[in-house]
Design a protein around this ligand. Structure first.
Ligand SMILES: Nc1ncnc2c1ncn2[C@@H]1O[C@H](COP(=O)(O)OP(=O)(O)OP(=O)(O)O)[C@@H](O)[C@H]1O
Ligand SMILES: [Mg+2]
Length: 319
């Protein structure tokens, strides 16, 4: 089967002076929704700006929608919708004209740009507020306006850098729903940079995980979770002893009180757990395959990279 790639890079490297922000990245992003994850400073925004041709790469190559990122940046920016990380709006403009203007910058005729600006603002939930100046908007409304600017030319691919940044629960919900709908209706693709596992898990089927400028993992979330299959065991009595017995046998155990998560190594993992319980004098009350979250997966990958990260809160603080 020919893979339908919207973004690909080969040995993509970007250095800011002596600092290597992107280190020889081989990335393949298929059509659909992809989360770009990584701690602060991992290189998410740099990757986005590089593939959009907004900053020059140092070496390597890449394509977006089959266009060369080194030579066809203008064409790429016309074909995709970009929602930047920082506030990129003109505070003195009314939302409708801000969005119309972004269409004109893409080469749209002013009449069509205005008509599309009305539709885009309606779509992101700002139909009623479209004649208000941007500086009277809340953070959520500004983010929605940025999304409307990105959608004005109905692009096949939307690249959103931290789209739910700074939003309260309602606004965040609305933003994620809108992105989800944008992908699901009309075979569009989204690349969404985020710190928030939950957001990515909700909208995306695939992830690219960066860590200190290097590629730590990429692929379908479902496939990646298979590297971390665990059995959840609820025990009664002698839990610490049972944990020791399992560890002495070389089993991988994570314990939270009476609940233990044991790495699923093969068909006999369940039998081995029972044997350990018997020899420790513990009672197994319940045992089942544990449905890993994206956060669990992230913790396992970080552990394998030798990083001491306990939760995605650590991720927010940077490591
Ligand atoms: N213009 C620049 N000049 C020098 N160094 C830069 C520049 N922009 C980014 N960097 C450095 O490159 C690295 C990657 O930064 P980048 O902004 O891409 O990370 P990020 O993953 O988007 O982080 P965040 O989650 O904080 O948005 C960081 O170490 C950062 O300090
Ligand atoms: Mg960033």
């Amino acid at each position: 089967m020919v893979r339908d790639l919207v973004i690909e890079s080969e040995a993509l490297t970007k250095a800011y002076g002596p600092h290597v922000a992107l280190d020889s990245l081989d990335i393949e992003i298929e059509r659909g929704a992809t989360g770009l994850l990584g701690p602060n400073g991992a290189g998410k925004s740099t990757f986005i700006k590089t593939i959009l041709g907004l900053i020059q790469l140092t070496s390597g190559q890449g394509k977006v929608l089959d266009l060369d990122i080194r030579t066809q940046g203008d064409e790429i920016r016309k074909r995709i919708g970009y929602m930047p990380e920082y506030d990129a709006l003109n505070p003195n403009m009314e939302a409708i004209h801000q969005v119309r203007y972004s269409g004109e910058l893409l080469g749209m005729n002013p009449g069509i740009a205005l008509q599309r600006a009305h539709q885009s603002l309606e779509y992101v939930g700002l139909g009623e507020q479209r004649y208000r100046k941007v500086d009277t908007f809340s953070t959520g409304m500004k983010q929605a306006t940025k999304l409307a600017c990105a959608l004005i030319h109905d692009p096949d691919l939307i690249i959103a850098d931290e789209p739910s940044n700074g939003l309260d629960a309602n606004a965040r919900n609305f933003m994620l729903n809108t992105l989800e709908t944008t992908v699901n209706s009309g075979n569009r693709s989204v690349l969404m940079a985020s710190h928030l596992m939950e957001d990515v898990e909700r909208v995306c089927d695939n992830i690219v995980l960066l860590h200190k400028g290097k590629l730590a993992a990429q692929g379908r979330i479902e496939d990646l979770k298979a590297i971390d299959k665990e059995v959840e065991v609820h025990v009664w009595g002698a839990a610490s002893k049972m944990e020791d017995v399992m560890k002495n046998r070389g089993m991988k155990v994570r314990r939270e009180g009476r609940v233990m998560r044991v790495r699923h190594e093969g068909d006999n993992t369940y039998d081995e757990i029972i044997q350990c319980a018997l020899s420790a004098g513990s009672q197994v009350r319940r045992m089942h395959d544990h449905e890993a979250s994206l956060e669990d997966l992230f913790l396992v990958i970080m552990e394998r990279l030798g990083q001491d990260v306990k939760s995605s809160d650590d991720l927010l603080r940077g490591i």
